[in-house]
Write a protein that binds this ligand. Structure first.
Ligand code: MG
Length: 278
């Protein structure tokens, strides 16, 4: 069962999405060499409180942070802590969420800490982000869920290979429906698996979190003994980008992008729905 939202509910999700965008802005600014990932968690907690929003990550299955901070070969679900001191050259994914009046937002971005990143790492993040936008551009009436997966994978596969030899599209985690809960049906693969069929038709009122995770090597991952931290099996570094997107009668609206996705989707020839809060 896929939850279908009313325009009023999508407006609430837009509010939550803008809180997530504010967390990202503040955390990205605070992600400087010498800061700990716990410092970033405190920044996120303050932004949530300032907006009167609730955290959705904190306490989720016992998760101890307001955000996930995943450094270098950690793909996702890194736990903020005082022991992880950021240094120049790190590749950090910040995954953040917020609840406003019971409606959820969820998004992630990859940040370059300090300087000194190789062209390969910069390209990894660019390819991951652009694959997310390709997926978002496929969120339209008449498409099926698999068309979003196909757009994400297709974008990545069309890019020149990195010096490491390949991009690994992480298989164990993917996007998801979002709304009255953070993780809802349907699960969204970042690649096409023919055994899974084409998935549901995309209809107005559906909201999806689209979140490719790409490594410079293997698509295979494992979970550390803290039961959360997900690392690549071969130790290659990875990037993670995510936005929550609503499909409306008037097209997609990127709930967690400050401009609703307007500028980026225009480049891809897609018109976004008007912002219900504008
Ligand atoms: Mg998510």
């Amino acid at each position: 069962m896929v939850e279908i939202k009313t325009p009023e509910q999508i407006a609430k999700m837009r509010e939550a999405g803008l809180v997530v965008a504010a967390i990202h802005r503040a955390c990205a600014e605070a992600a400087v060499p010498g800061a700990t990932t716990k410092d970033l968690d405190e920044v996120a907690a303050k932004v949530l409180a300032d907006h009167g929003a609730k955290p959705n990550f904190l306490g989720y299955g016992g998760f101890p942070g307001n955000i996930c901070t995943s450094v270098n070969d950690i793909v996702v679900h890194g736990i903020p802590d005082r022991g992880t001191v950021l240094k120049a050259g790190d590749l950090l994914s910040i995954d953040a969420g917020a609840i406003v009046d019971g409606w959820h937002g969820d998004a992630a971005l990859t940040v370059f800490v300090g300087e000194g990143h190789s062209a390969e790492l910069r390209e990894l993040s660019r390819v991951t982000e652009e694959s997310m936008w390709a997926g978002i551009a496929a969120v339209r009436k008449g498409n099926r869920l698999v068309d979003v997966s196909k757009a994400i994978e297709g974008y990545i596969r069309r890019q020149p290979l990195p010096a490491s030899g390949k991009y690994g599209i992480v298989e164990d985690y993917g996007g998801h429906g979002i709304g009255s809960q953070m993780h809802m049906d349907p699960h969204l693969l970042n690649y096409v698996d023919r055994r899974r069929g084409r998935g549901p038709k995309l209809v107005p009122g559906m909201c999806l979190a689209i979140e490719p995770m790409v490594s410079l090597g293997t698509p295979k991952t494992h979970v550390l003994s803290d039961d959360w931290t997900v690392k690549t099996n071969d130790g290659t570094w990875s990037s993670h980008w995510e936005h929550s997107v609503a499909l409306t009668e008037e097209g997609p609206l990127v709930l967690t992008a400050p401009d609703g996705g307007k500028a980026k989707l225009a480049e891809l020839g897609v018109e976004t729905a008007p912002d219900p809060l504008a």
